[in-house]
Design a protein around this ligand. Sequence first.
Ligand code: Z5A
Length: 212
Amino acid sequence: MTDAPKFITVEGGEGVGKTTQLGLIENRLRELGIPLLVTREPGGTLLGEQLRDLLLQKEGLAPTPMAELLMVFAARAQHVSTVIAPALERGEWVLCDRFTDASFAYQGFGRGISLDLIHQLAQLTHPKTNPDLTILLDVDPEIGLERARLRGELDRFEREAMPFFEAVRAGYLHRVKQEPHRWRVIDASIELEQVEQQLDTVLKEWIAREIS
Ligand code: Z5A
């Protein structure tokens, strides 16, 4: 195995199946005996989880786009400094449900905040801690939202209108174009079993390259 531990993130719009597929990735890595920390954003720390609750709250708070951006980065600053970077320093791999690409997609493309500003916040918050591999579970937002609706009550983001979700998806695909070597795109619109097969193949190929 290469000495350097890896930082893997999973991204996608609403109802793409991140939580479901994250479990598969975790199992594969653990089967290989890789020491692993699994975490999520917004969240992963006490402060981050409280900010997450505020961010997802359906009524009352209505953060402005800038307040929302600063909240996700406040959670991230705490998360990187106290959880992600220390784990990587200890030699553990980190698997994270969403990271800064979500801020580009949701706050940048979705809310219209300057991508340059988000880039600057990322540089300030985690200049040296960036994902080695990011898996995008890509799905038409109509399909993803339908899955989220079937699952239960919708959170504040899930109550947005369709153009917002289309912009978020475009944001992710833009990020893929900018750094194609880091991303693997999985078609998550198909049957769960087929999504798992695609993911398994992609993961095996990537790990085979990383582990000698
Ligand atoms: N956010 C942000 O704005 N800026 C940031 O920087 C960050 C985040 C980091 C919370 O994230 C919100 O924070 C998020 C963006 C914002 N927006 N929202 N909402 P989150 O990741 O915790 O929330 P989420 O996107 O809603 O994730 P989720 O609720 O965990 O959904 P999921 O992981 O994508 O899906 P799932 O729970 O695995 O699956 C959904 C349902 O679909 C479930 O019933 C599955 O059984 C079903 N499913 C999954 N795959 C399939 C297939 N292939 N076929 C059929 N059914 C399926």
